[in-house]
Ligand binder design. Structure first.
Ligand code: FE
Length: 336
């Protein structure tokens, strides 16, 4: 009897071991509460355990680089095409061939080795008392001398602005892009500082008249239950830029399989899972973004309130292509 119990126990242990043996090491620069549910759901569906290393975007990239071929990382998830492009340039990603990823993620939202899983737009936010809507319909308007002393922004070295500049270079060429950067600098209300939310606050307070912000910061303030945030939003209005031309600039959050990944099979399964209906909903909604997969819809009251818009469908690869040029142009223009 004792022997049988011992045998049974060891068999159960072996079974448990074989079930748990599949693991996945995820390096993620995303820190949203809904991501927890997402990872738990993946483990429930596949039996693959996720070990998560979280960190700041640039630190994680540095860490993967330094760990080299010894890195335990299988997947790198981060925000902005600029950072994903950097990981690609460093040769950190491995190409992934997956029918389901190719079918579900639209062609303009993937590259040979990384995939976008959610999108965010870069919009114009203006103070309703000091700027008129007609004057800020396009990104190019931000360089109009009419807005002298009214424009504020986060740094020209920040990936969000670099990716926007990359799209402008792709559409209009370098010369026009540089003239645009110089025009914006001439319109500065103050030297660049802070993040997008800080700019919205400054616009609301009348310190500036107009800024650019990612949509999820706008949505976050709109959905905030804090009275102070609601007061901030009462004074400002939001424009979808470039609706009669190229469409509003769209950036992404996404990731890819790392070249040195020890658990490649599990990693590809995870990427495919991220493109599934449920995962897409969680992934996008956790940060007030839109799913990359067209057929997946999220009900986000703030984003719905901002209304429908024409998005710039420029391939994310093109945004990646002009990052270095974008930085040179911002530097030459004095857009610090
Ligand atoms: Fe952000």
């Amino acid at each position: 009897m004792k022997l049988t119990t011992t045998l049974l126990a060891s068999m159960l242990a072996a079974l448990a071991f074989s079930v748990q043996s599949e693991e996945l090491n995820l390096y993620s620069a995303r820190h949203y509460q809904t991501d927890e549910a997402l990872y738990a759901d993946f483990t429930r569906q596949t039996g693959i355990k996720i070990n998560r290393i979280e960190g700041k975007e640039d630190e994680l990239l540095e860490r993967i680089k330094n760990e080299g071929s010894n890195s335990p990382a299988d997947i790198f998830l981060t925000v902005d095409a600029a950072r994903l492009a950097k990981a690609h340039e460093l040769g950190l990603f491995a190409p992934v061939t997956s029918k389901s990823l190719e079918t579900r993620i639209p062609a303009h939202l993937r590259t040979e080795d990384w995939f976008a899983f959610s999108t965010r737009a870069r919009v114009i936010v203006y103070n309703k008392a000091s700027v008129t809507a007609e004057d800020v319909q396009n990104y190019s308007d931000l360089a109009n001398p009419k807005l002298k002393g009214k424009f504020c922004s986060r740094s020209g070295s920040h990936p969000y602005n670099l990716s926007l500049m990359s799209s402008v270079i792709a559409h209009d060429g370098e010369a026009k892009a540089e003239a645009w950067a110089k025009g914006m600098v001439a319109n500065f209300a103050r030297a660049p500082k802070g993040g997008d939310t800080d700019q919205i606050k400054a616009v609301s307070a009348g310190e500036c008249g107009v800024t650019i912000s990612n949509t999820y910061y706008v949505a976050r303030l709109m959905r905030s239950t804090k009275e102070s945030d609601q007061k901030i939003m009462e004074k400002v209005s939001v424009i979808w830029p470039n609706q009669s031309t190229t469409g509003t600039h769209v950036n992404v959050s996404g990731g890819g399989l790392l070249k040195t990944a020890p658990n490649k099979k599990a990693a590809v399964k995870f990427l495919e899972y991220l493109a599934s209906d449920d995962a897409q909903r969680y992934f996008a909604d956790g940060n007030n973004e839109w799913p990359a997969v067209d057929s997946v819809k999220v009900a986000n009251p703030a984003l719905d309130k901002l209304g429908k818009f024409k998005a710039d469908k420029i391939p994310v690869n093109n945004l990646a292509m002009y990052q270095a040029k974008a930085q040179i142009i911002f530097d030459r223009a004095g857009f610090k």
